[in-house]
Design a protein around this ligand. Sequence first.
Ligand code: FAD
Length: 506
Amino acid sequence: MALGIVWFKRDLRVDDHEPLARAAQAGPVIPLYIVEPRLWQQRVASARQWRFVAGAVSALAEELGHLGAPLVVRTGDAVDVLESLRRALGPFSLWSHQETGDRWTYDRDLRVAAWARGADVVWHEFQAGGVIRKLRTRDGWAARWDAAMARPLIDRPTALAPHGLASEPLPDAADLCLEPDPCDDALASPEAGRALLASFLGTRGRHYRREMSSPVTAFDACSRLSPHLAWGTLSTREIWQRARTARADCIDRAQRASIDSFTARLHWRCHFMQKLEDEPAIETRCMHPLYEGLREGEHDEQRLRAWLSGETGLPMVDACMRALRATGWLNFRMRAMLVSVAAYHLWLDWRRFGPGLAQLFTDFEPGIHWSQCQMQSGTTGINTLRVYNPVKQSHDQDPKDVFLRRWLPQLSRVPAPLIHEPWKMTPAQQAEWGCRIGRDYPAPLVDHVAAARMARDRVHARRREQGFAEAKQAVLARHASRRPTRGTTRPRRPARKADSQQSFDF
Ligand SMILES: Cc1cc2nc3c(=O)[nH]c(=O)nc-3n(C[C@H](O)[C@H](O)[C@H](O)COP(=O)(O)OP(=O)(O)OC[C@H]3O[C@@H](n4cnc5c(N)ncnc54)[C@H](O)[C@@H]3O)c2cc1C
């Protein structure tokens, strides 16, 4: 029987893994993970991501070892690695999931496809989650997503034949020339992911809908499954099915509503990834062409650096950035606020701040990230402009200033409400509470009210330009969801307050 190489990429698991199951049915299998140094040198990559991946690859190696065919790790360019295996082993077929990645992985896959054609290697690629390759229209996409989620999970093979091929050790972050990156590391195995899901569906997520927006509660109330989804230690389908089962067994109304909100977000995940799949250029070009040239010419590197290091002088922004730097995670609303402040108040182009932000996310997922960076910067042209007021967010989301005090020790003696706007302290108050603005804590980079007003005016001016409406129609036709807001089966109704800033408006 023909040999099959199963190439693991962002799908680091053995359960619900169609390429592995199908290859194993077809013949002997060599499971392969390629450490691609050039991938890890991309401007979005970071040591925190690599550490999660390395943990997941180790867990995968253990599972495959139990099945009988140990994981083979090779370091190098994918084409070179595959070609050297072909020379050593003779003909094989290649099995993998389709990857919806950024430009670099897209180009790499094109190179691999060209190599496979030339080398007479058949490459079997399988749909990953609910993202559909070569989609002609968004009509009917939601129903196809529902069908993909409802399909039975694919069992792991019961046993694999030993192959006797040696593996290389996994490099560490420094070997890959990644910058030192202190950050809490999340446990990367499927078991750790399932434990998170169980605690979320059991108790943690009971008030998810109410608690997801505040960084005080979100760290516990959100599922925290994003790195597992991003690197594929669990499949979206497995998570969706477990959540639906939990919902069916649940008699608590609040919890059922929370599970509905959660499964709706799994749908959003693929919806956003589908945008990048359909139009890879959204990584580098504004979705709406009339937003090109809006901010690029006015880049202020100092502002970018201050924002990235949590030194803007706007406490909620800085506390969120510092929490993200330390943990690799932040809830949706605070990610959106960070981007809104960068794009509107600091007038930075999303292509300038997007890569640095991506590096801070352990869960970096290109399809979500670039779509969201554009959406929160207002460059899609098809969604509501959301300019977050960072002081209002601070009061609303951290009314007892717990989060601010935790992440901004310089402000720990400043009482509320001034802690939300410390630049309003008098010199005497600054002396009394041990926080001199400009010395212990930065003065705000901008007057946030005036900066927001100006940004809004400038973005709206673009919307009035000739040709805007026509281009908007084209974006809508290509990318807009044909299914409204929350839940996956309910008709549209106005978003509740808790969810209102997070509504799914395209
Ligand atoms: C500017 C910006 C950049 C983002 N970049 C990423 C990214 O690189 N990787 C990433 O996984 N998420 C990203 N998100 C979406 C969202 O913030 C995270 O998915 C979420 O905070 C992860 O935490 P969780 O797993 O506890 O989410 P939960 O609230 O428990 O949701 C479960 C899952 O649903 C998906 N999901 C949730 N919210 C969204 C959303 N708004 N859009 C798309 N999918 C969603 C995620 O896969 C998430 O893991 C970004 C959001 C913004 C505003």
